[in-house]
Design a protein around this ligand. Structure first.
Ligand SMILES: [Zn+2]
Length: 265
């Protein structure tokens, strides 16, 4: 699979993606908000956009659909239950289905929580390439999506517990926004001596480019506080905050309280 990660550099720091089959150069555009840059990039690479895929219905993800489709006649796909919310969907996708483009195959994951109709697209990898997850606003580098624009924290926790936490460490992460530097600060607020987060923050200060940085699930387990629900420091901080005994706190409630805390942080 050929991957082009494109930072949009708007105030929300969206990423859009072009994924192409290396044999046919047919491509999927994921959440192509900046249609001009998307089309120009595809043209420069010689990729033919056949499919536009939206991870969810928020405007900063679907806002470029119409002009990209007008220019390419691409098929528009999104979560089957987002059909009301996203104009012009040609095909609704459900969990476990394959999304194919040329010889490229992605598996559809149904990942509610940020919104209630949100998909992630999973590339299983092969002998030359590690797996990859295009995760929209479900999972960010060092963070998770917020739930106060049509989502639900307890549903997001279930998505993580059932589908994200079990992923292999070598799955590369391609999120819908570049929020890593702020998110690292939140992890360090909860866990000030987290060595991996401290070291990565230092690397960004020394010029590591956040826009082209790609993490994986193994690194997220170290730097993303939402993956570290059982850590003593994380859990005791939450227990003290909501004034309950640490033994009465479980992963689910820790996750939900962290999400609430991050909303106003
Ligand atoms: Zn969103």
């Amino acid at each position: 699979m050929l991957i082009k990660q494109i930072p949009i550099r708007n105030s929300l720091r969206n990423y859009m993606y072009l994924l192409a089959c290396e044999n046919t150069l047919e491509a999927i555009a994921i959440d192509p908000l900046d249609h001009e840059v998307c089309l120009k990039t595809a043209e420069k690479l010689g990729w033919k956009i056949k499919i536009v895929a939206n991870t969810h219905h928020h405007h900063d993800h679907i806002g470029g659909n119409a002009p990209v489709i007008a220019a390419t006649q691409a098929e528009l796909v999104a979560h089957a239950e987002a059909i009301q919310a996203i104009p012009g969907i040609n095909r609704g996708l459900s969990a476990g289905e394959s999304l194919e483009c040329g010889e490229l195959v992605l598996k559809v994951m149904d990942t509610p929580g940020h919104t209630m109709s949100h998909i992630c697209l999973y590339f299983a990898g092969n002998s030359d390439e590690k797996p990859a997850l295009f995760c929209g606003d479900t999972l960010f580098n060092a963070g998770v999506g917020r739930c106060d624009f049509g989502g639900e924290p307890k549903t997001l926790y279930k998505t993580f517990a059932d589908q994200i936490f079990p992923l292999a460490d070598d799955v590369r992460i391609y999120p819908g926004h570049d929020y890593i530097e702020n998110n690292l600060e939140f992890t360090l607020d909860r866990e000030p001596s987290n060595k991996s987060a401290l070291s990565l923050r230092e690397q960004f200060k020394n010029g590591l480019d956040a826009e082209s940085f790609v993490s994986d699930i193994g690194l997220e387990r170290e730097i993303n506080v939402f993956f570290r629900l059982g850590e003593q420091k994380v859990r005791s901080g939450i227990a003290a905050m909501i004034n309950i005994d640490i033994d009465d706190l479980d992963d689910r409630q820790t996750f939900i309280e962290l999400r609430g805390l991050r909303d106003n942080w």
